[in-house]
Design a protein around this ligand. Structure first.
Ligand SMILES: [Zn+2]
Length: 315
């Protein structure tokens, strides 16, 4: 019986897990990412925790699957992210192989999340599944007939970077008006900050729920859930853009299932409550659809399970 290692590297957390051939989680280590400490610190943590898990299993570990929270070049197994200083161009797949001595497969967190939910989560019976992750940014992955849809350049499913308004803000990708600038954790924070600047008397509860210093997406979501009018308004605006984005997905792909993951979607009863009514409002009577929209069954572990699935693909 062969096990696999799974690694999920995110901007705020990282996880290292050991899974069996059926995708059952045997051991896992959760840690906080120290962004300021940089790449070498992160690699040191990953090496130490991977070795610890390898020392704790008697079964052979045949491969390692890695999810990275940012763009990667799947075929060259390297990070292409511009947002994570020190990582751009880094051959992360090769580094794992050299460090651990086992084959490694690398993908971005949205693709990994899609694979995780398809194999082990909400989407097990879906022929066509779209996973949309809403955290700091907005990403998506498409699984069709059990395989990730990558496209010619490996860039299929970049839902967050579809231009939805030429008058929008400059996106982290350099373009203007991407969906991510309207609908993401970052967009929630920006919109709430603008609101608080206009109405300093109204932002207090959000700052309090954000930990007392500055506005966070989680603080906005929690304040909206409590009934704070300003936060609820900001969440509604963001959800309206999400409805537009999901309708584009539905119109183009007509998937069986859309799975919503990531921190904002997970914390978001107010977001999900609004979503259905916006979708109804945008609906067309002759162009119907039965696509189901659900939240991720694996919670914040979708990408780690997906990393395990990537490892299990290595034969
Ligand atoms: Zn963009």
């Amino acid at each position: 019986m062969n096990n696999v290692l799974a690694v999920d590297i995110g901007g705020t957390h990282f996880r290292v897990g050991l899974f069996d051939e059926q995708g059952r989680r045997l051991l896992v280590h959760d840690g906080d990412t120290d962004r300021a400490a940089g790449r070498e610190w992160m690699l040191g943590q990953l090496a130490a925790h991977c070795r610890e898990l390898l020392a704790n299993t008697d079964a052979p570990v045949k491969a390692c699957g890695v999810s990275f929270g940012g763009p990667v070049d799947f075929s060259r197994r390297r990070v292409t992210s511009l947002h994570a200083p020190g990582w751009e161009g880094f051959e992360l797949g090769k580094w794992f192989e050299q460090t651990l001595g086992i084959p490694c497969r690398l993908d971005n967190d949205a693709n990994a999340g899609a694979l995780g939910e398809f194999h082990f989560g909400a989407g097990r019976a879906a022929k066509l599944l779209v996973y949309v992750t809403i955290s700091t940014g907005l990403g998506s992955g498409v699984v069709c007939d059990g395989k990730l849809l990558r496209g010619r350049d490996g860039m299929a499913g970049e839902l967050g970077h579809i231009p939805v308004s030429e008058f929008g803000a400059r996106c982290s990708c350099g373009a203007r008006g991407c969906l991510e600038t309207f609908c993401s954790g970052g967009a929630l924070e920006t919109r709430m900050r603008e609101w608080a600047e206009r109405r300093p008397d109204r932002g207090g509860r959000v700052v309090e729920l954000s930990g007392g210093h500055h506005i966070t997406a989680e603080g906005v979501m929690r304040a909206a859930a409590e009934g704070d009018a300003a936060a609820a308004h900001v969440v509604r605006e963001t959800t309206r853009w999400l409805a537009h984005g999901l309708l584009m997905v539905i119109r183009i792909l007509n998937p069986d299932l859309i799975v919503l993951g990531g921190g904002v979607a997970q914390s978001g009863a107010p977001l999900l409550d609004n979503l259905r009514s916006f979708l109804e409002e945008l609906a067309s009577r002759p162009i119907t659809y039965s696509t189901e929209i659900v939240t991720a069954a694996l919670g914040s572990y979708s990408a780690l399970y997906g990393a395990a699935a990537l490892g299990l693909e290595v034969t």
